[in-house]
Design a protein around this ligand. Structure first.
Ligand code: 5AD
Ligand code: SF4
Length: 415
């Protein structure tokens, strides 16, 4: 979502005739698009601001947008007096105000609107993956999570607007559509659901791949699961965070599903699409998490065989219930658990990657690798596959035979 917001902001400034610069000292406006989901991310914003204010031109405008702006509000101006604007995740379309009126500091951290989607210029799709936000905010109140505070209650965009943006993306070069939302499978607009949006996107001949992120387990309804059976353009990959494998921890996290009901959903998905791969987010060291609780997380990760997962040490956040729960877990234990879980997940990933060797997969070009000499492709399971071909001549979609694999990526050649 932040990558999308960043692209949208860049498009808005380009439409006003601005161009990008890689030199801080050359910039007329510097915007930090921020995340506050963990404390470290918030801290990084303020250390970056400390460096930037020394390096920037005195006349350059400096501001933060996104969740840290919403978290800290006017306090940001007190911490960094050089700031010119502080705009929350639903107010960044107000940015032109500071350009027109650079001498008055601008603060807007309001919630509840879809205004930003309507007020900003449409963005052409380049590269081939188009991120399309369909809903924002979250009605689940997980006790560790600051998102309901920073992005507000769930709000779904009108069906017609999403379809219009999807068509525009297809017309301007998109091959893959990624529907976005904090609780993307909670999409509800009149009688329309996420399955309707997938069906609409799939009718567009230029669109070859469709995915969505991030999903809440209990909102994986049957109509959506069925899409994996009937819509071949829907990728066989799903991020569906379980967060913990311990029923006690899940309860304290206010994630009211049982392990059985979660496993049930995974089984249904695997019936619908036998090769589907599931990814998860995990939090270790949630308040009160015992060794036994943690072991249950290890057990479920092994049982589901998650790939492409994200793991985090629990980080207490303001405005959340878990921050004031007793039995906060010491940092060294969190670190140890994170290390163990990461090691296991990376072994599972390696096994899956190795199981792909010899297969031919239809992949999407992502661009050049770090050396600039090879091309990175994405498999339908979202693995990176490096192909020894000049990025300038690489086709956007290609059938690639996987020749080699390690825990981080695959190697392949055109089939
Ligand atoms: N501490 C650690 N991880 C968190 N996440 C959300 N809030 C916190 C927190 N306070 C993780 C969850 C979520 C992902 C986006 O970030 O795993 O799925
Ligand atoms: Fe946060 Fe996701 Fe829980 Fe919503 S469902 S409160 S975004 S962790």
């Amino acid at each position: 979502m932040n990558v999308y917001d960043g692209m949208r902001i860049a498009a808005m400034l380009r439409a006003r005739g601005m161009t990008e610069t890689s030199e801080l000292s050359d910039a007329d406006i510097i915007i930090l698009n921020t995340c506050s989901v963990r404390e470290k991310a918030t801290d990084k914003v303020f250390s970056a601001l400390g460096r930037i204010r020394l390096a920037k031109k005195p006349s350059a405008l400096l501001g933060i947008v996104g969740c840290v702006a919403r978290e800290v509000g006017s306090g940001a101006f007190r911490r960094v007096p050089e700031l010119n604007f502080v705009l929350g995740p639903q107010s960044y379309h107000k940015l032109p105000q500071i350009l027109d009126n650079p001498d008055s500091p601008l603060l807007n951290i309001d919630l509840g609107g879809l205004e930003k989607f309507d007020e900003m210029p449409q963005m052409d799709s380049s590269p081939a993956v188009a991120y399309i936000p369909i809903q924002e905010g979250c009605n689940h109140v997980c006790t560790y999570c600051i998102v309901p505070f920073t992005r507000g209650r769930e709000i779904s965009r009108p069906y017609a607007d999403v379809v219009r943006d999807t068509k525009h993306a297809a017309q301007t070069g998109a091959i893959e559509i990624c529907f976005l939302g904090q609780n993307v499978n909670g999409y509800k607009y009149e009688n329309y659901r996420l399955s309707d949006l997938i069906r609409a996107a799939a009718t567009l001949p230029k669109i070859k791949r469709i995915r969505f992120t991030s999903s809440y387990p209990t909102e994986m309804t049957d109509d959506l699961i069925e899409m994996f059976a009937i819509e071949p353009k829907l990728l066989p990959f799903l991020n569906m965070p379980i967060q913990s494998g311990s029923p006690d921890v899940l309860k304290r996290m206010n994630r009211p599903y049982s392990l059985d009901s979660y496993i049930d959903i995974v089984n249904k998905l695997r019936v619908a699409r036998p090769d589907i791969q599931i990814s998860s987010d995990f939090i270790v060291g949630f308040p009160g998490e015992s060794d036994d609780d943690f072991q249950q997380t290890m057990d479920i990760a092994q049982r589901i065989k998650y790939i492409n997962s994200f793991t985090f040490k629990y980080s207490p956040r303001p405005h959340t219930a878990a921050a004031i729960m007793p039995d906060q877990v010491p940092e060294n234990i969190k670190k140890e658990r994170l290390y163990k879980l990461d090691a296991m997940l990376s072994e599972i990933q390696r096994e899956f990657n190795v199981s792909c060797v010899g297969k031919t997969l239809e992949c999407l070009c992502e661009g050049a690798d770090k050396t600039g000499k090879h091309t990175i492709y994405r498999t339908p399971y979202m693995q990176q596959c490096i192909v020894n071909i000049d990025p300038n001549t690489a086709p956007q979609m290609a059938k690639i035979k996987i020749t080699n694999a390690n825990k981080a990526s695959l190697r392949g050649e055109f089939a």
